[in-house]
Ligand binder design. Structure first.
Ligand SMILES: NC(=O)c1ccc[n+]([C@@H]2O[C@H](COP(=O)([O-])OP(=O)(O)OC[C@H]3O[C@@H](n4cnc5c(N)ncnc54)[C@H](OP(=O)(O)O)[C@@H]3O)[C@@H](O)[C@H]2O)c1
Length: 252
């Protein structure tokens, strides 16, 4: 990890759960981290709590599903820090959305899920790569926090919009890897697919019975996902950890 010290990482969804854990660990390891979230005040609080550590956390307010917010956030990075070396596309939501029983309110939730989980990944990756190229950074790294549901179709109903967005992340990760290969770029792309992780995702996505959803199931911690992020980043520059699946033991 030493080669990343003093370099810039953008982490989307740094206000909670997995993104908060990743942002914290990257700061501990000396990176200059830009944490994006809608609830920017939570990232500001985290930044204060990390004062005096090896690296630094900057809080920038952005809804990754909104084009203007994404462009402005990366402009902020351009003006204040120059380039970006690492992007962790972590922001995501998982609303309850039964496909045959959607009302107009639920359509909105579906749209927000598509915008956040898919458009957010597309737009942030594009802006990050643009900024890497502007600064001659050819050893950057894009890490997508995918899901086990990027690889399987869930047996439980109501989750298939989220399930589809994560399949999209699997395809987009591989598509980006191929484009970078074609461009003879050394920028690496990694998809990390967790099984169930103890975070607030069920509550923050407005799922009914959020607490029960997480209870009594095999579950891992946000820090376990962060360990996979560090593993991918710390690999030698000519090694690409393309796909990581990290699940709780006993997950069906
Ligand atoms: N928990 C699990 O079981 C699990 C399993 C597999 C994969 N994942 C994936 O892990 C990632 C992180 O989820 P989590 O479990 O840590 O959930 P979480 O605790 O609810 O955190 C989600 C983060 O995403 C941010 N976010 C949501 N919508 C956003 C938007 N439009 N713009 C910017 N930021 C947004 C939230 O920040 P604000 O609300 O402040 O904007 C928050 O920081 C997601 O991609 C999720 O799909 C989670």
């Amino acid at each position: 990890m030493d080669r990343w010290e003093g370099r810039v990482a953008v982490v989307t969804g740094a206000s909670s759960g997995i993104g908060k854990s990743i942002a914290t660990e990257l700061v501990e390891r000396g990176m200059i981290v830009v944490g994006l979230a809608r609830r920017v005040e939570l990232v500001q609080d985290l930044s204060k709590s990390l004062a005096g550590r090896k690296g630094k956390l900057h809080a920038v307010k952005a809804d990754v599903g909104k084009e203007d917010d994404v462009v402005e956030a990366f402009d902020w990075v351009r003006k204040n820090l120059g380039g970006v070396h690492v992007l962790v596309n972590n922001a995501g939501i998982a609303p309850h959305a039964p496909l045959s029983n959607l009302d107009r309110e639920r359509y909105k939730a579906v749209q927000t899920c598509l915008d956040t989980n898919v458009m957010g990944v597309i737009m942030c990756s594009n802006e990050a790569i643009k900024l890497m190229r502007e600064n001659g950074i050819d050893d950057g790294h894009i890490i997508n926090i995918n899901s086990i549901l990027g690889h399987f179709i869930h047996t439980r109903t109501g989750i298939h919009v989220y399930n589809a967005t994560k399949h999209a992340v699997t395809v987009l990760t591989e598509g980006l890897r191929r484009e970078l290969l074609e461009a003879k770029s050394k920028i690496r792309v990694t998809s990390i697919s967790p099984g169930l992780v103890r975070t607030n995702i069920a509550e923050s996505s407005g799922r009914p019975n959020a607490k029960e959803f997480m209870a009594n199931r095999p579950i891992i911690r946000a820090d376990d996902v962060t360990s996979s992020v560090i593993h991918a980043l710390a690999a030698p520059p000519d090694v690409q950890i393309a796909e990581v699946i990290v699940r709780p033991v006993g997950e069906p």
